[in-house]
Design a protein around this ligand. Structure first.
Ligand SMILES: [Zn+2]
Length: 538
């Protein structure tokens, strides 16, 4: 009886206390907090861009007086996705070109260019992806209509294979090309003694050399376009794998005036000036920008047989691919980075590139703990070399596995393929794995990453039983790889990557429960709302 009285008194006391004023509360949600014990929750509280309490709807509603109540009516909420390896600015620059892939006629090409220019108003129009073989008239187009539509703006549009382009007269004038221009290798088409605008192979360079690098306005537009796409898919942080100082400073200035809201982990491209500048300056860290890593290239890609292999390619005699710098150069840059607080993030696809960089890391870091140096891609590994990942962080892109699975075995053979795209083995070695996409090489959509990681299939349900399923990740591991472990790979696990007290209110509302929906439905999950710092951005 006495106990009951105390409880009653406590409840009365609680309901009498004045409610705490906060910016907003999220209630009635199916929340995967991605905290240490992977707890679920129903509600949380946001003040000044941060999460200040997580709990049940009842608890939260009884304690707080929010300016705004976000009742999501049972929908699933997860932390905002982090893409641990992408080319965010590259995606934006791509939006500054007209996408002509899939056009069914030259008239459609013209219409797309007109629409594009209405929206973007660029000083030089570039585009890519037309293919006259898809049209009713399967002949090369001419510049006639382009000249009528764009008498003063240069236009240069490249064929899908990159081996032909159509330029208008303004672009041709800019390049100084006339009917008398000489060249070797390739063709400049003419008809009745006049240029048609078609350039094939080598002479394309004459036109391309005059395409200006993007203006400041176009650079800003690129960043904003990439941000819009990222937010639409629930990405709240992106790790851009290779940016110049110029672009990093532009990003910072836009973030300062709140013109850019996405959080960016900027890996500095390995150019001597920029590396010297940043290593000397030290870590650059704001709430939205983190500059503390250098991106280094070890080798090329598997598709083009540029990845550096220990043994020859299985489908090209005596061909090993290529390491892009000398071992001494890697050692040199690694030593410079090790002497700073920066992280080294190296692109390594082939087993030879992986081995060289892993050994270099080990030699330089020795017993230095928690430097979190990353291997980007870690795609094809000698089984012997997994051991080096005990303190070197794997950063992988699950859609690479499902994009390459059709031909990867041709390249490396039936034995080496077994230790390729081995995400589970890498996770088991390090204890964490960071997931990304490498967009725009792959699609931006993080649900494709999630699906590729857990199902290891393409969208046509191929292969039926999944590609090398022993290396599939569980849904919990995948969600962690796209949130808290990706944050860890950026030294940001204390400020983001989970829905916990003290962290940024970066989260997304989904139309389906990603942890329970049929695997085949994962790629089609939609992001209903995206929040950065408690602010709705989609
Ligand atoms: Zn990349």
């Amino acid at each position: 009886m006495k106990k009951l009285l105390i409880i009653l008194l406590t409840i009365t006391a609680m309901s009498c206390t004045k409610k705490v004023a906060v910016d907003s509360i999220v209630i009635n949600a199916n929340i995967y907090t991605v905290n240490e014990s992977f707890d679920k929750a129903e509600a949380f509280v946001i003040k000044d861009g941060k999460i200040i309490e997580v709990g049940t709807t009842l608890e939260i509603q009884s304690k707080y007086a929010p300016t705004f109540i976000n009742d999501v009516k049972g929908k699933t909420i997860v932390p905002g996705f982090i893409d641990a390896h992408c080319h965010f600015y590259g995606l934006g620059l791509q939006q500054q070109k007209v996408d002509l892939t899939g056009t069914k006629s030259f008239d459609e090409v013209l219409q797309k260019i007109v629409n594009f220019q209405k929206e973007k108003n660029v000083s030089y129009i570039t585009g890519r992806g037309w293919d006259q073989n898809d049209w009713e008239v399967k002949e090369f187009p001419t510049k006639k209509k382009l000249d009528e539509l764009f008498p003063n703006t240069p236009v240069s549009i490249t064929r899908i294979d990159g081996h032909a382009l159509l330029a208008n007269q303004t672009a041709i004038n800019l390049a100084g090309v006339t009917i008398n221009t000489t060249f070797s290798g390739g063709e400049i088409h003419q008809k009745n003694g006049k240029l048609t605008g078609i350039f094939i192979d080598n002479p394309m360079e004459l036109i391309e050399a005059k395409i200006p690098s993007p203006t400041k306005k176009e650079q800003i537009q690129a960043l904003k376009d990439a941000e819009k796409i990222s937010f639409s898919y629930g990405l709240t942080t992106v790790d851009d794998a290779g940016l110049s100082r110029e672009t990093i400073e532009l990003i910072d200035s836009l973030q300062q005036i709140k013109d850019l809201k996405i959080r960016i982990y900027a890996m500095v491209s390995n150019t001597p000036e920029d590396v010297a500048y940043y290593l000397n300056k030290g870590i650059v860290k704001t709430d939205r920008l983190n500059v503390r890593s250098i991106k280094v290239y070890g080798d090329g890609a598997l598709g083009s047989r540029g990845a550096a292999m220990k043994e020859p390619y299985s489908d090209k005699h005596n061909h090993f691919g290529a390491i892009l710098s000398t071992p001494e150069e890697y050692l040199n840059i690694a030593k410079q980075i090790a002497a700073s607080d920066y992280q080294m993030n190296s692109h390594a696809i082939g087993d030879s590139a992986n081995y060289l960089l892993l050994k270099t890391y080990k030699e330089v870091l020795m017993e230095k703990k928690d430097r979190r140096w990353r291997i980007e891609h870690a795609q094809i590994l000698d089984p012997e070399d997994f051991k080096y990942f005990d303190n070197i962080l794997p950063s992988v892109q699950p859609t690479h596995a499902t994009s390459d699975m059709y031909w990867a075995e041709d390249r490396v053979g039936s034995k080496r393929i077994k230790s390729s795209y081995a995400y589970k083995d890498l996770l088991n070695k390090y204890g964490k794995i960071a997931l990304g996409t490498d967009f725009p090489v792959e699609k931006v959509n993080p649900f494709l990453t999630f699906y590729a990681a857990v199902a290891r299939k393409d969208l046509n349900n191929y292969p039926e039983n999944g590609f090398q399923m022993e290396n599939a990740l569980s849904r919990e591991e995948t969600l962690k790889g796209m949130t808290i472990w990706a944050a860890f790979s950026n030294f940001e696990e204390l400020e983001k990557g989970s829905i916990e007290v003290g962290k940024f209110a970066d989260f997304i509302v989904l139309d389906k429960n990603i942890m329970e929906v049929e695997a085949a439905d994962i790629p089609y999950i939609k992001v209903k709302e995206t929040y950065v710092n408690g602010e709705r951005v989609k």
